[in-house]
Design a protein around this ligand. Sequence first.
Ligand SMILES: *[C@@H]1O[C@H](CO)[C@@H](O)[C@H](O)[C@H]1NC(C)=O
Ligand SMILES: *[C@@H]1O[C@H](CO)[C@@H](O)[C@H](O)[C@H]1NC(C)=O
Length: 273
Amino acid sequence: MKFFFMSSLMFNLLHILKLIQANRSNLKQFLQSNSQKLNFQILEKIFQFHSKIILQTKFFCSDLEDDFPILGEKQATKNPITLRGSTEIVTEFFNYSINNILFMRGIYPVESFKSINKYGLTIQTTTDEELQNYLSQVLQQLSQWLMKHQVKSLVLVLTNVITKEVMERWVFNIECDKAMTEDSKPKQKSETEIRLEIQAIIRQIMASVSILPLLVDPCTFDLLIYTDDDIEIPKAWEESDPKFITNSQEIKLRSFTTKIHKVDTYISYKFEK
Ligand SMILES: *[C@@H]1O[C@H](CO)[C@@H](O)[C@H](O)[C@H]1NC(C)=O
Ligand SMILES: *[C@@H]1O[C@H](CO)[C@@H](O)[C@H](O)[C@H]1NC(C)=O
C-alpha cells in the first residue's frame, strides 16, 4: 500500500514536471483528464509548490509578444491621463475581470456568456440582464467613490451555497493619488502600456483556474467594496463583515497603474489539508 502511494506520487510529480517543461498548454488538459486518478492532496502540494512557476512560465512566454510587439521608445507615446479617464480605465478593468471570473468559476451557466475582444484577449461577458444591471449599479457607485478617492478595495467573494463557507476571495486593492482632482494637470502614461499591464493580469486570472481547487458545490457571489470609514452608505448597500477564509492560500497576481490609480490583485482560496 505504502509503496503504491509512493510510486504514484513519483509518477504524478515526474509527469507533471515533464509537462511543465515540455509543453505548458498540455498541462491543463492532462490535469483535467486525470483529475480522478490523481490524488487530490498530492496535486494540492504540487500546485502550492509550482503555482509560482506555472504562472511565471505562462506569462513570461513569448505569446504575449505575438499580440503586441515589445514597445519601442517610439511606440510608447505618452497619453494624458485625467482622474476621470483613470477612473474609467479602472472601472472597465473591474467590469471585465468580474465577468470573466464569474464565467471561469462556473457561477453562471456557460450559455449565459458571450465572448468579446478586449485588451487583445477574448473575454467572456454575461448576457444575463439581471446580472448586467446589478454589475452596472455596483460599478457606477464604485466609479463615483473612485472619483473621490474613497475606495480602498473591491472584493469578489464566492460562497458555497450548501455549507455557506467562503471558498474564494478575489481581492483588488486600490491605491490612489489623493492630490489629483478633476481639474488637476493630467498625468502622462502610454495607454498601450496600461493595456498591456491589464492584459497580463487578465491572462493570470484566466490561468489561475488550473491552480485553484475545483468548486464542487454550487457557489454564489458577493461584491464587497472597502471604503473610507466616514463614507455615507447608500440605500441599496449594507455593511458587511469581511467574509475572510479560514485556512486560506494566496496567489498574488501582477498589478497595473494609470499613475493615478494602482490596482493590486490577489486570490485567496480555501485550502483543505
Ligand atoms: C503542445 O500542445 C498543444 C495542445 O495539445 C499542441 O497543439 C501543440 O502542438 C503542442 N506543442 C508541442 C511543441 O508539442
Ligand atoms: C461592462 O461590460 C459590458 C459588456 O461589454 C458593457 O455592456 C457594460 O456597459 C459595461 N459596464 C460598465 C459600467 O463599464
